[in-house]
Design a protein around this ligand. Structure first.
Ligand SMILES: C[S@@+](CC[C@H](N)C(=O)[O-])C[C@H]1O[C@@H](n2cnc3c(N)ncnc32)[C@H](O)[C@@H]1O
Length: 217
């Protein structure tokens, strides 16, 4: 039925259905609500993951028993809080953020969520931060959600630094509908997909902009 529908290009969701399901299955506590609202409140771009995508990240981490997680792209800390809430008390999440202003807002939200001991926000270009992070590895999961033009390099890093059986999660896997373009950023996202398909057992989950999921071989 679903296959037939998608072959025909039909969708059965609607904004009302999605809002109902987001609230029912992926509702916010106070900390998540503040972090979700924070980008708009602080004049940052409101480009955080959606409610259901955030909850999906959390459930995947729980299912895999992840304890050590790296996130590329913090923004105001919404996905970091979602993921950190899914970790055991001795779990650690390192989240990498280029913009000091974003990192400051995120640190406030993470502290308000009571997660400052579990989450470390590292500020700077992600590639420059990785060498200091590597001794903490291998990692149980890596989530890519930063600049798409470096997804190839981030994906390569993940292929080396995620343990066998660990997870790779990549947001914007459809690259805003431009995945098959010839722009340098589209090529980088495709390279990320292609390397991931070699090093991980993969599937692309059809969230609004695609979420690549891989388990390290
Ligand atoms: C889509 S937002 C992250 C959203 C966040 N994961 C969430 O769902 O709540 C992307 C973030 O990546 C950051 N970023 C962009 N280029 C970066 C780089 N080279 N290194 C680290 N962070 C970067 C941006 O400043 C922005 O805050």
């Amino acid at each position: 039925m679903a296959d037939h529908a998608s072959r025909q290009g039909h969708r059965y969701d609607s904004p009302e259905i999605l809002a109902y399901l987001n609230e029912l299955h992926a509702g916010h506590d106070l900390a998540l609500a503040s972090a979700f609202a924070a980008p708009e409140l602080h004049g940052l771009p409101a480009i955080q993951v959606g409610m259901s995508e955030g909850k999906l990240l959390a459930l995947l981490l729980r299912l895999s028993g992840a304890k050590k997680v790296v996130e590329f792209g913090t923004l105001a800390g919404y996905s970091a809080i979602r993921m950190a809430q899914a970790l055991p008390v001795d779990g650690r999440l390192w989240t990498l953020e280029l913009e000091a202003r974003h990192a400051a807002v995120a640190r406030g939200n993470i502290a308000a969520a009571g997660l400052s001991k579990r989450v470390e926000v590292l500020v700077g270009p992600a590639l420059g931060l990785l060498p200091t992070l590597e001794p903490e590895g291998p990692f149980d999961a890596v989530f890519l959600d930063a600049d798409k033009g470096r997804y190839d390099l981030y994906g390569h890093w993940a292929a080396i630094n995620v343990r066998q059986g660990g997870l790779l999660l990549v947001d914007n896997a459809y690259y805003f509908g431009q995945l098959l373009d010839q722009s340098p950023d589209a090529v980088a996202v495709r390279r990320c997909h292609e390397e991931a398909a070699q090093a991980f057992d993969t599937v692309c989950i059809p969230t609004p902009d695609g979420l690549l999921l891989g388990i390290k071989k």
